[in-house]
Design a protein around this ligand. Structure first.
Ligand code: FMN
Length: 323
């Protein structure tokens, strides 16, 4: 069985030792939502915060990094979607600022992995299928995030789900695998470990936290969402999972197609800014199917500690289920 955690490190958690964190919980990079306050809160609470840098200018990213370092000295990371037109300059900032971790997504892992690793940066790569995972492993990344199609934001058109994807990726590569997509509480965390992952990455659950800088209506929309309240908007080049109601009422049909197909990764979100470019209008509220599990806005620290405490209870109750 290709379980890296069990094979290589029977004691302790390999993700925690690799990243210098207390708990194997990662805040996934999230455009606009993954800003300093949220990132710092996750890292300060013992997880790994990741800046959603995809739509930031290099100067904006530098300011976010400064802001985080004023709040905490704990490790944090930067997410760079490889096909973002800004990727080169964002990678340069990551190197100049000696950040601990860069998470690459949505593009070729060979493009930046070597240069980042030569500069002493830990590289994780987000993948939606086994073949993407093998390519990322071949590129030399340190760990892989296997992200199932339950997740919020851009997803792969192949739509492999987390429970099917994670163990197949674990079997295919000999580096640590982190599970993402559909996880919002300790049950998902324990399930991820059982599938062979060494930790989890969450996005949707972190939107509904006090420290997340999105308008309250967005958090509320996640809290009231049911299991069936997200949909995948399929474009020619990319698919995107978001809250249904928001898509239907605010951006309709062909307009969604245009946003996703013709204008690239940043542009759907540029539309979310008001005329002076400051306040965001969340036209397309990205969220995963785990929105149905999220029932309250929590403080990040409370959330992380609750997941860890509940996980211990679940794990100790499991032997009783064996016949
Ligand atoms: C609002 C939002 C924005 C996101 N933006 C990005 C992004 O810029 N880059 C990226 O790699 N993943 C992005 N994601 C995916 C998350 O990093 C994470 O992997 C995913 O949300 C995990 O699934 P979950 O939503 O079920 O927790 C985004 C997700 C959400 C909900």
């Amino acid at each position: 069985m290709g379980n890296f955690q069990n094979k290589e490190l029977p004691m302790g958690n390999v993700l925690c030792s690799m990243m210098g964190i207390d708990y194997p919980i990662i805040l996934g990079g999230m455009l606009f939502a993954g800003r300093a306050k949220l990132v710092a809160a996750v890292s300060k609470a013992g997880g790994l915060g990741i800046i959603g840098a995809g739509a930031m200018s290099p100067d904006e990213l530098r300011r976010e990094i400064e802001d985080i370092r004023e709040i905490t000295q704990r490790p944090f990371g930067i997410n760079v979607p490889v096909w973002s037109p800004r990727a080169d300059s964002l990678v340069k900032v990551a190197i100049d600022e000696s950040v601990k971790v860069v998470s690459l997504s949505a593009g070729d892992p060979f493009k930046y992995t070597s240069i980042l690793k030569e500069n002493g940066i830990i590289v994780i790569h987000v993948v939606p299928t086994v073949s993407h995972a093998i390519r990322a492993r071949d590129a030399g990344v340190d760990a892989i995030v296997a992200e199932g199609s339950e997740s919020g934001g851009f997803i792969n058109p192949e739509e492999v789900t987390t429970i099917a994807l994670v163990p197949q990726v674990v079997d295919a590569v000999d580096i640590p695998v982190i599970a993402a997509g559909g996880i919002a509480d300790a049950r998902g965390f324990v399930a991820a470990l059982a599938l062979g992952a060494v930790g989890i990455q969450m996005g949707t659950r972190f939107i509904a936290t006090e420290e997340c800088p999105v308008p309250y209506n967005y958090k509320k929309a996640i809290i009231i969402a049911k299991d069936t309240d997200t949909m995948v908007i399929r474009g020619k080049r990319a698919s995107h999972r978001a809250l249904k109601r928001e898509v239907v009422f605010k951006v309709e049909g062909p307009e969604v197609e245009n946003l996703l197909d013709d204008r690239g990764i940043d542009n759907p979100f540029e539309k979310w800014r008001d005329s002076n470019g400051q306040e965001m209008k969340w036209v397309l509220r990205s969220a995963g199917q785990s929105a149905g599990l999220v029932r309250e806005v929590m403080k990040v620290e409370e959330l992380i500690l609750k997941i860890m405490e509940d996980a211990k209870k679940i794990i100790s109750s499991l032997p009783g289920l064996l016949p």
